[in-house]
Design a protein around this ligand. Structure first.
Ligand code: AGP
Length: 605
């Protein structure tokens, strides 16, 4: 949450900074700000609003110079407003700071600084950093930042500039920061996706590190000790991947990319055997794992719930699933024979990252299923599976979810193989073919228009239920989450049979109920659940297996999905649910890629 971008080089900074925060806007979009340096002066512009709404107020002439920092905000301390927008300045206006994270001891620091005569002009926690640096400044900005950070508790990714120094200081503790290494120009960004159009060479800062960047060079230091040698990584992403490519929204582009992104997840990993290279996790350990604990947040947690079913079914290993935010604080019982699997698209979710640390502290081995290469979680786990879904910019996760499911299938099959369990050959073949199956679904105009018609009919309804059983209960949760996130409609997912234990009280003619009702699994039971809803006048929308005529009689509306092995149905069922949420949100005129109150990666607790 919050996007930071910095530039130091020979080009005019303002347009580069504007473009940088535009690309980072998915991380927060309640206010925007820029500070540049020119002729020994700091120039600042900041405003409440989205980049697209206020870009015209950031005139290049008012922000001169070839060095600058920029910020797009997701508010934690202080309402979205012009005065709370970053950058924040020191009293003398010579130091400017942008920050992502939370300074936990900010009120104590603020009191102390106010006693010393510092005057604050915002309600943010960030402003204390600017004043603290000012209080330590004695001619060396790197030194002042280092001293200030020693007194700061909490999480931060910061970029700092000072009027008298042609340099940019960046530092990280718990909030991601990456340096882009160009030719005689350097970039600082919360996320590699915003630098890829300038350079593919990056250095990932680790916690406790700070960087000093001038137009000619950069150096990375440890907060406590001296200079650090850092590896320069090469990004595999291409600039086209972060463009909308003619789609109205990133979310639709990412839904449509799923055949390709799934192909990338599976490529080279599945032929007659499953091949996973989990470098830091020995095969012998995996062959003897006693218990698996999956932990994640949001959509990734839903993928984890599907993972439990398939790991238990194919590999026969007891598997539990926990929210990372609960896991990290509940003192989980773990032993050295347990495998903790963390799932994260961004690889930066604060709770999931904390869960990795907690699991490692307790001696467990940690495997990550991550999309963003080089992210904090990817670098902190013992070994892992990259899903290679490419950049996911839409706040509502889509292609990452299906990539996570595919990775969990690979893991389940791989574990079964290592433990000499019968690996289901038809299932493996069908998984291999899933990208093609989804390609056909998305190209089928009758399928798409069935979903659009349902969206037109129901987009004004205020409440929805999503019901599924077994491996499709998590898909019901995911469908409900998609609708809530982007259309602001209240939706709840339940295991279908649980409906009778309370939620059924809400069923009447105003309640659309989406059943995930493929053949196989508990099909007959689902039919009974549908009857229960119908007899209370609920509107039934069913996701059903192609050719299921009975379902066409039972439900008010049916969306047919291809007939695949029952365990694989989550991969095809989620597609119409993603599309339904999208079309409903679009009809309601919602900001689909930037839903209110949300940010793509939740890097604060
Ligand atoms: C999904 O649509 C969400 N925006 C959100 O629930 C997300 O899945 C969650 O914040 C976890 O993110 P991660 O996968 O990047 O860790």
């Amino acid at each position: 949450m919050c996007g930071i971008f910095g530039y130091c080089g020979r080009r005019v900074a303002q347009p580069i900074l504007m473009e940088g925060i535009r690309r980072l806007e998915y991380r927060g979009y309640d206010s925007v700000g820029i500070a540049t340096l020119s002729g020994g002066r700091v120039f600042v512009a900041k405003k409440k609003g989205k980049v697209s709404e206020i870009a015209h107020q950031f005139a290049p002439a008012a922000l001169p110079g070839t060095l600058g920092i920029a910020h797009t905000r997701w508010s934690t301390h202080g309402i979205p407003s012009d005065r709370n927008a970053h950058p924040h300045l020191s009293c003398d206006g010579k130091i400017a700071v942008v920050h992502n994270g939370i300074i936990e001891n900010f009120s104590g620091l603020r009191e102390l600084l106010e006693e010393k005569g510092h005057r604050f002009s915002s309600d943010t926690d960030t402003e204390v950093i600017a004043h603290l640096i000012e209080s330590f400044y004695q001619g060396n900005i790197l030194d002042a930042v280092r001293k200030a950070l020693k007194g700061v508790e909490g999480t931060y990714g910061i970029a700092v500039l000072h009027a008298h120094h042609e340099e940019l200081i960046a530092a990280r503790n718990g909030s991601p920061l990456v340096l882009g290494i160009g030719t005689e120009e350097f970039f600082v960004s919360s996320d590699a996706s915003a630098v890829v159009e300038h350079t593919k060479k990056v250095v990932y800062l680790d916690d406790g590190e700070l960087a000093q960047i001038t137009p000619r060079s950069y150096h990375v230091f440890d907060l406590k000790k001296g200079v650090k040698e850092k590896e320069v990584s090469t990004l595999a992403w291409d600039v086209q991947e972060i463009e909308k490519k003619g789609y109205k929204h990133f979310m639709m582009k990412e839904i449509m990319e799923q055949p390709e992104s799934l192909q990338n997840t599976l490529r080279g990993r599945l032929d007659k055997d499953v091949r996973l290279s989990l470098s830091g996790i020995p095969r012998e350990f995996l062959a003897r794992v006693q218990r698996i604990m999956i932990t994640a947040c949001g959509t990734s947690w839903h993928a984890g719930l599907v993972g439990k079913h398939i790991i238990e079914k194919y590999a026969g290993i007891v598997t539990e699933v926990d929210y990372a935010s609960e896991f990290r604080y509940r003192d989980p019982l773990l032993t050295a024979r347990d495998l903790v699997v963390v799932i994260s698209q961004s690889g930066e979710t604060a709770d999931t990252l904390a869960a990795v640390k907690e699991a490692k502290r307790k001696g467990a081995t940690v495997l990550g299923i991550v999309n963003v290469v080089g992210s904090s979680i990817a670098r902190d786990v013992h070994g892992g599976i990259y899903i290679h879904a490419g950049p996911e910019i839409g706040v509502a996760s889509t292609k990452a979810f299906t990539g996570q499911l595919a990775a969990l299938f690979l893991l389940a099959f791989y574990l079964a193989q290592l433990r000499s369990k019968p690996v289901p050959r038809p299932g493996m073949r069908q998984l291999q073919n899933i990208p093609e199956v989804i390609r056909k679904m998305l190209a089928d105009t009758a399928f798409i228009s069935a979903i659009q018609k349902i969206a037109e009919k129901f987009h004004a309804y205020p409440n929805y239920y999503y019901l599924g059983r077994g491996v499709n209960f998590p898909v019901a949760l995911e469908g409900a989450l998609k609708l809530k996130e982007i259309s602001y409609i209240h939706a709840e997912g339940y295991p279908a049979a649980e409906m009778k234990h309370g939620p059924i009280a809400l069923i009447d003619e105003n309640m659309p109920v989406i059943f995930i009702a493929n053949r196989g699994g508990a099909y007959e039971k689902i039919i009974s659940n549908i009857e229960e809803v119908r007899s209370r006048k609920g509107k039934v929308i069913a996701i059903a297996t192609a050719g299921d005529k009975l379902m066409s009689q039972k439900a008010d509306f049916v969306i047919h999905v291809p007939d695949v092995e029952y365990e694989l149905t989550p991969l095809v069922n989620v597609i119409p649910l993603q599309l339904l949420a999208y079309y409903i949100a679009d009809l309601r005129g919602c900001a689909i890629d930037q839903p209110r109150n949300l940010a793509k990666s939740v890097t604060v607790e």
